[in-house]
Design a protein around this ligand. Structure first.
Ligand SMILES: N[C@@H](CCC(=O)N[C@@H](CS)C(=O)NCC(=O)O)C(=O)O
Length: 202
């Protein structure tokens, strides 16, 4: 069993942190997305959309999509739970995980792709779209700061996949100069706590 990974990219990092939290050791195989190694026909057999991460099981079955990979490992090893235990907890974590993914993680990604032209060999950057995505990401940081005033973690009192996704997005956002502002003290407190967890090094 191994994971096709790209050490510098934010999406595969979500999976690495998730597995580090669960103390799951797995082999990572590096894929160079700059040269487009991920777009080869061999890789597209593993994931038709040509993106990483991809989990390849011993029988050759492949699971792509970071959330899907995390769901698989949560089922194999439920403790510590990062997707919730009770129906209510599962629902709330799913809500926040999705909102963080769409409202922050994707906005940072779109800002990066459309304002830097990093992948212009394979997509058409639209700088105005990139700029708007950056504005959306900043709005979401504001929302998170308010949320974290009364909650230790994004979904409440328990660390979850929503925290992992937000942390990876915020770390990556530096490349497009989006940062937690000085006034967002709740976010700063939360960020330093997540950064202090050993899994943040993954
Ligand atoms: N929704 C996918 C997104 C995967 C994704 O966008 N991966 C990026 C790295 S962060 C990638 O492979 N980019 C290479 C490319 O677009 O060619 C997931 O969660 O796994």
């Amino acid at each position: 069993m191994h994971i096709y990974d790209t050490k510098t990219a934010p999406t595969p990092r979500r999976v690495r942190i998730f597995l580090a939290e669960k103390n799951i050791d797995i082999q990572y195989i590096q894929v160079d997305i700059v040269t487009g190694e991920n777009l080869s026909s061999e890789m597209r057999v593993k994931n038709p959309i040509g993106k990483v991460p991809i989990l390849e099981l011993d029988d050759g079955t492949c699971i792509a999509e970071s959330d899907a990979i995390c769901t698989y490992f949560e089922a194999i090893q439920p403790n510590p739970s990062l997707l919730g235990e009770s129906p209510l907890e599962k629902g709330l974590i799913a809500q926040w995980a999705r909102q963080v993914e769409f409202g922050l993680f994707m906005q940072v990604g779109m800002c990066f792709q459309h304002s830097t032209g990093y992948f212009k060999d394979r997509m058409t950057p639209v700088p105005e779209f990139g700029k708007q995505a950056g504005i959306n990401a900043n709005k979401f940081l504001h929302l998170l700061d308010k949320r974290l005033a009364d909650n230790a973690f994004i979904t409440g009192d328990k660390f979850s996949i929503a925290d992992i996704t937000a942390f990876c997005a915020i770390d990556f956002a530096r490349v497009v100069d989006i940062r937690i502002s000085d006034t967002q003290q709740n976010l700063h407190r939360w960020y330093s706590e997540i950064k202090a967890r050993p899994s943040s090094k993954a």
